[in-house]
Design a protein around this ligand. Structure first.
Ligand code: ATP
Length: 247
């Protein structure tokens, strides 16, 4: 059995931007805007060092543009850092709002089949998983209708069902659960526990305290591309909310 681990070593991510214009106004949200000899860039992550270990259910919280999605892409191995490196032990499965790859013109059955092949499942595995995902998502006959006729939460249910089908040691989820209702969280939590058992790693970005309390045993608070606090969920949420109230 793989012992899941992610080591993030001195990671910096910079996105070049073209504009040289400055309004002179400070940005409360977003990463650091830096002008250097090589041009202007947004520093989305600045020298991050941390380790995620087997059993970690790490929530990621922070204001808009604080670096959460960038961090998730780095720990999923999708985005190469500009400086530093990431060591990932274990099979990764991801659920990103923008990259879940579902075609809204096609129905859930077709999407499950296409996504299943992309995820490397065999025809037999897809045939077995399809009714399980439909049952998990509780969409019934909607499974036959184009996914454009689904609500955001219904799409999230199907996407979550797909992402949690292949065996995974590490599951990285960006803001997708927020579209769901409390019943979905409960079902999603059971499915996640079955997938990861008591080991594995979850990395989950969300603005919802309720989701963090349900799913996570550790919380990382990002601020302007840095980890401002890393600790238990309640302690970090209290500090985060206090900082917002004091602003
Ligand atoms: N492709 C890109 N090109 C330029 N800048 C980018 C790009 N992707 C992200 N950024 C910048 O990097 C910073 C961090 O963005 P990121 O998406 O990681 O934030 P986030 O915490 O996930 O935000 P949100 O809560 O709004 O989803 C932001 O300032 C953003 O403008």
């Amino acid at each position: 059995m793989t012992v899941a681990e992610i080591r993030v070593n001195n990671v910096t991510v910079r996105f070049p931007v073209r504009s040289t214009v400055s309004t002179g106004a400070a940005n409360a949200v977003g990463g650091k805007l830096v002008s250097g000899p090589a041009g202007r860039y947004v520093e989305a992550l600045s020298d991050i060092n941390l380790r995620l270990s087997d059993g970690d259910r790490a929530g990621v919280i922070g204001l808009n543009g604080s670096g959460k999605s960038t961090f998730l892409q780095v720990v999923a191995g999708i985005l190469e850092p500009d400086l530093g490196d990431v060591e990932i032990c274990g099979a990764v499965s991801t659920l990103f709002t923008s990259s879940v790859g579902l075609s809204l013109e096609r129905n859930a059955l077709d999407n499950i089949r296409d996504a299943g092949y992309l995820l490397g499942l065999s025809s037999q595995e897809i045939a077995k998983a399809t009714p399980e995902i439909i049952e998990f998502a509780e969409i019934g006959d909607f499974a036959q209708l184009p996914m454009r006729s689904y609500s955001a939460g219904m799409r999230a249910r199907v996407g979550f069902g797909i992402a949690t089908t292949p065996r995974a040691d590490i599951l990285v989820i960006d803001e997708v659960l927020g579209a769901g209702d409390p019943k979905f969280y409960k079902r999603a939590f059971s499915r996640l526990e079955a997938l990861l058992s008591d080991a594995g790693i979850l990395v989950l970005a969300t603005h919802s305290g309720a989701i963090l309390r349900q799913f996570c045993n550790r919380l990382l608070w990002f601020e302007k591309g840095q980890v401002r606090m890393d600790g238990n969920v309640e302690a970090v949420l209290d500090a985060y909310n206090a900082a917002i109230d004091a602003d």
